[in-house]
Design a protein around this ligand. Structure first.
Ligand code: FES
Length: 363
C-alpha cells in the first residue's frame, strides 16, 4: 500500500521513460537510519561461506548496516547468527573471525557466552541479587545456508521469504558448480566515499564498462552482455572472451541480490561483494574470493592474477563512484533519463527503493 503523503517523484516509473532516483536519497543524513530500518533490517544479508565455518566454534563477524553480527557454528553443528553486542555494557563478543573457540568471551569484563548464545559465566556477578546468567542470551537472527553461503535476516517477518529471494538462481547456476565446496578464502576490503546505493547503481549496469574499464571490456563480450531482472535480484551475463587464459572459457554471471549482495561467478571462482553503509556518504565494500579446490601451481597462479586484475577494476569503479557522490551532493543534479537497454537492472533497483520509500511516506 502506498502512502498518500509520499512525494510524487516516488511514483512507479515505466522503464522506457524512467529517471534515476532523486539525489536526496544519497546524501541526506537521515537516510542512514532510514535505510537501516526500512531496508537492511528487513532483508537477507550475506555474512560468510561455509568454508569459514567448518567446525564447532568457528566464527565470522560482520556489520549489518551498523548492527555488529557474528556467525558461529555450534557444538551441535548448527550455524547461528547473533548480535555481536554483549548484554552487559555493549562490548563486542568477538573482534575478529576465529576458529574452534570453546566459548565466546567479551573482552571488556569477561562475560562468556556458549556457542548457542547463552551466557555461561559473568565474573564477580555472584553478589548481584536476582541475576541469573541462564536468563541472558544474545539476540539471534534468522539464518539460511544456500549454495554454501550464509545469509541472515534481522527481522525475518518483514523480509522477503528466502525462497522468493533466490527463486530461479539454482536452475540458472546448474547442478555442477558446487559452490558449497569452494575454499581458498581471501578477503579484500575497500573504503569508498560514496553512499552505498551509488556503489550498487554502478554495479548494476554494464553501460559504463567500455568507458571506465578498458581491461575488463577486452575480457567481456559487451555486445552479448545480457541483463535480466527477477523479483529480488538481477543478473548480468556475458560469455567470456577466453583469449588471455585468466578465467578460461565459460560464462561470467554477475548477480545482485537486494539490497547489498553481489555474487560474481566465473568458471571455478565465486567472488562475493557486500556493500556495507558506513555513513550517508561512505561505505565499505568487502570482496571475498572463493575458488574450487585445485592445488595445482597453475590454479594458484590464476588466483593471484585474478586478485590483481580485480584490484585494477575496483580502483576504476571506486574513483567514478566517489565522483558521482560529489555530483549528487552538489545541488546541481536533477534525476536524468535512464538507458532502457543498458540500465534496466538499475531501474529495477530504483523501483524497489522507490517502493520502500513511498510506503514510508517519503522516508
Ligand atoms: Fe561485555 Fe562488560 S560489556 S562483559
Amino acid at each position: 500500500m502506498n502512502r498518500a503523503d509520499a512525494p510524487a517523484d516516488l511514483a512507479p516509473q515505466p522503464l522506457d521513460h524512467a529517471t534515476a532516483l532523486p539525489a536526496r536519497f544519497y546524501f541526506e543524513p537521515s537516510m542512514v537510519a532510514a535505510d537501516r530500518r526500512l531496508i537492511f533490517d528487513r532483508s537477507w544479508q550475506l555474512l560468510a561461506h561455509v568454508c569459514q565455518l567448518q567446525n564447532p566454534g568457528d566464527h565470522v563477524i560482520g556489520d549489518f548496516a551498523g548492527l555488529p553480527v557474528i556467525a558461529v557454528r555450534g557444538a551441535d553443528g548448527e550455524i547461528r547468527v547473533f548480535h555481536n553486542v554483549c548484554r552487559h555494557r555493549a562490548g563486542p563478543i568477538a573482534q575478529c573471525d576465529g576458529l574452534a573457540a570453546k566459548s565466546l568471551r567479551c573482552r571488556y569484563h569477561g562475560w562468556t557466552y556458549a556457542l548457542d548464545g547463552t551466557l555461561r559465566s559473568a565474573p564477580e556477578m555472584g553478589t548481584a541479587p536476582d541475576f541469573d546468567v541462564s536468563q541472558v542470551k544474545l539476540p539471534q537472527l534468522a539464518v539460511r545456508v544456500w549454495q554454501g553461503m550464509v545469509f541472515a535476516a534481522v527481522d525475518e517477518a518483514n523480509a522477503p521469504s528466502f525462497e522468493a529471494f533466490v527463486k530461479g538462481i539454482d536452475e540458472r547456476l546448474g547442478a555442477d558448480r558446487h559452490l558449497e565446496q569452494y575454499g581458498h578464502h581471501h578477503r579484500v576490503g575497500y573504503d569508498v566515499a560514496c553512499n552505498w546505493k551509488v556503489y550498487v547503481d554502478n554495479y548494476l549496469e554494464g553501460y559504463h564498462v567500455p568507458h571506465i574499464h578498458p581491461g575488463l571490456n577486452k575480457l567481456l563480450d559487451y555486445r552479448s552482455y545480457i541483463t535480466d531482472t527477477a523479483e529480488w535480484y538481477s543478473y548480468q551475463f556475458s560469455p567470456l572472451e577466453s583469449g588471455d587464459g585468466l578465467y578460461g572459457a565459460g560464462d561470467a554471471l554477475y548477480y545482485w541480490m537486494w539490497p547489498n549482495t553481489m555474487l560474481n561467478i566465473l568458471p571455478g571462482r565465486l567472488q562475493t561483494n557486500r556493500v556495507i553503509p558506513k555513513g550517508v556518504d561512505r561505505c565499505r565494500v568487502e570482496f571475498d574470493f572463493y575458488y574450487s579446490l585445485d592445488e595445482s601451481e597453475e590454479a594458484a597462479q590464476r588466483r593471484l592474477n585474478d586478485l590483481s586484475f580485480s584490484d585494477e577494476v575496483q580502483f576504476e569503479d571506486l574513483t567514478i563512484c566517489e565522483d558521482v557522490q560529489r555530483g549528487l551532493s552538489s545541488g546541481s543534479y536533477e534525476p536524468g533519463r535512464l538507458n532502457p537497454l543498458r540500465e534496466n537492472a538499475l531501474h529495477h533497483f530504483h523501483e524497489l527503493l522507490r517502493g520502500v520509500y513511498r510506503n514510508a511516506g517519503g522516508a
